[in-house]
Design a protein around this ligand. Structure first.
Ligand SMILES: *Cc1c(COP(=O)(O)O)cnc(C)c1O
Length: 496
């Protein structure tokens, strides 16, 4: 079989869409309301509008806002609305980005380059960021991209919140940024931003609040009477905030903002280049040429739903979360990892394997997310609610109770036991150099590039007991096997 090539003759529109639709057949169903991760579905009406707006601006190029003033206007509107939403003072600025990760990359880069510009951290290879273990993986990515060390701070095992004392101990002369979340994704818990803000002021360090997942809806939670720890620009010490519009503002994917209280921070984010033979480049963010689709789509979504619309959605999600949190704790020994501050939470069990529980829910048509153990935190299950889930609470809980019973009788540790020798050698020898027999492992677990096993429990169990670097190495190899160039269909046969 040879590698796929461009067809000689172009295909018809119908044929193309038939093929594209067919490709979706094995995807999770984003409309079904049984998905508690990945999507934030606002319903058919909003979806139609955000798609139309996206299409309307698909072709415009954000590379040069002087050529497409509409895109400049859309971005400035979105940044103004976002700054107002988070009570930023006059003089605050921001940028529209493709997602939380890009917002975070930009905030970390700006902080690093600012520290270098003041001489606080002079050389390449110097500098660190200080953050709780609950901070998003995107900060590890930023540190890796921008050559910074990560100083991780443990959180309380009961509340999953970090304390300012623990943060204070991790700060040193090379720290360029301190980070906390409102809320962090895994348990939906807000860090004590006011206390960390005081620490930031005392140490004269910038503080980034990662409000990617919660920044948009938390203010509504507060308006509905919830006790929300302050996290916005009114908190002294907060210098930047990331907030995703493509999560709980229900915009199409590719929409986030990074906001700075003081415009001088953004100067360190922007890149300009006149030292090549082409057009002069000025990029606000990591992207250069970019579609106007996400901008227009986000603008349309925010204006369509409006303040009252978001308040209504928040009220519904808050009630549904309360119901689920109560219902989950009534099943067997299931317990919350920590009390959540928004509409995402996680739970664990000592009596049953959470990985089996997830598989058993999958058999019943529900998708919930595995979170592996880290440090003192045992493996657990994550649930994020979105409007598409509303009305499914009782059905979800009924099936969770059944899944719990079914999970009880399933054997655990099969793959882990089968791999026993390899695992102990990993524990004893240099972990990084200990090679895993990846092919053998894939075969043993029933994985191939085009078929994932229905049940993931044994694989999750294995990942859960592996040392972090072996785990990361394994999943990288696994994805390397998935991302292989397509083969041409065999003569007469269909591509699968
Ligand atoms: C989702 C998320 C991110 C990363 O955002 P992406 O849009 O997936 O790149 C960062 N921080 C938190 C708290 C998140 O929930």
């Amino acid at each position: 079989m040879s590698r796929l090539e461009l067809p000689a003759a172009g295909a018809g529109r119908d044929e193309i869409f038939t093929t594209l639709q067919a490709m979706k057949a094995r995807d999770l169903d984003v409309r079904d309301g049984r998905l508690f991760a990945y999507v934030y579905e606002p319903g058919a009406e909003v979806d139609a509008v955000r798609k139309d707006a996206y299409r309307l601006f698909l072709t415009e190029n954000g590379l040069d806002p002087t050529a497409f003033p509409s895109l400049l206007r859309l971005e400035n509107d979105l940044i103004a609305i976002s700054l107002s939403h988070l009570n930023a003072p006059e003089g605050a600025v921001g940028s529209f980005t493709s997602g939380g990760t890009e917002s975070i990359l930009m905030a970390v880069k700006a902080a690093r380059d600012r520290a270098r510009s003041t001489g606080a951290v002079a050389r390449r290879g110097e500098g660190n960021i200080v953050m709780p273990v609950t901070a998003h993986a995107a900060f590890h990515k930023a540190a890796s991209y921008f050559d910074l060390d990560v100083r991780l701070v443990e959180v309380s095992p009961e509340t999953c919140r970090v304390t300012e004392q623990a943060m204070a101990e991790a700060i040193d002369d090379e720290t360029v940024l301190i980070i906390a979340s409102s809320p962090q994704y895994a348990q939906g818990v807000c860090d004590p931003i006011p206390a960390i803000g005081r620490l930031a002021l005392e140490r004269e360090l910038p503080l980034h609040v990662d409000a990617c997942v919660g920044g948009w809806l938390l203010p509504y939670w507060a308006r509905l009477g919830a006790d929300v720890t302050e996290f916005d620009f009114t908190v002294p010490g907060v210098t930047s905030i990331s907030m995703d519009l493509h999560k709980y503002a229900f915009c199409a994917k590719g929409a986030s903002v990074v906001l700075y209280k003081d415009a001088s921070f953004r100067d360190h984010q922007v890149f300009a280049c006149a030292s090549w033979t082409g057009y002069t480049v000025v990029n606000q963010t990591a992207q250069s040429s970019k579609t106007g689709g996400p901008l227009a789509s986000a603008w349309a979504t925010l204006h369509l739903i409006g303040d009252e619309g978001y308040l209504t959605i928040a009220r519904q999600l808050k009630a549904a979360t309360a119901r689920l949190v109560k219902g989950v704790q009534a099943i067997g020994d299931l317990e919350l990892v920590a009390a959540p501050d928004m509409c995402m939470f996680s739970f664990r069990s000592e009596a049953v394997s959470v990985f089996h529980l997830i598989d058993e829910m999958k058999v019943r048509g529900w998708h919930i997310q595995a979170q592996l153990s880290t440090g003192d935190h045992p493996a657990n299950v994550h649930v994020s609610l979105h409007p598409g889930n509303l009305g499914r609470e009782e059905a979800f809980l009924a099936d969770l109770a059944l899944a719990y019973e079914a999970a009880k009788s399933l054997p655990t540790g099969m793959l882990v036991n089968a791999m026993g020798d390899l695992l102990s050698s990993l524990a004893e020898t240099d972990r990084e150099s200990a090679g895993l027999d990846f092919g053998g492992l894939m075969a043993m677990s029933g994985i191939s590039a085009d078929s994932l096993p229905e049940r993931m429990a044994s694989i999750n169990e294995l990942l859960d007991v592996l040392p972090v670097d072996a785990n990361e190495g394994l999943i990288k190899q696994f994805f390397a096997e998935l991302f292989v160039p397509s083969r041409a269909p065999s003569a007469g046969g269909e591509r699968t």
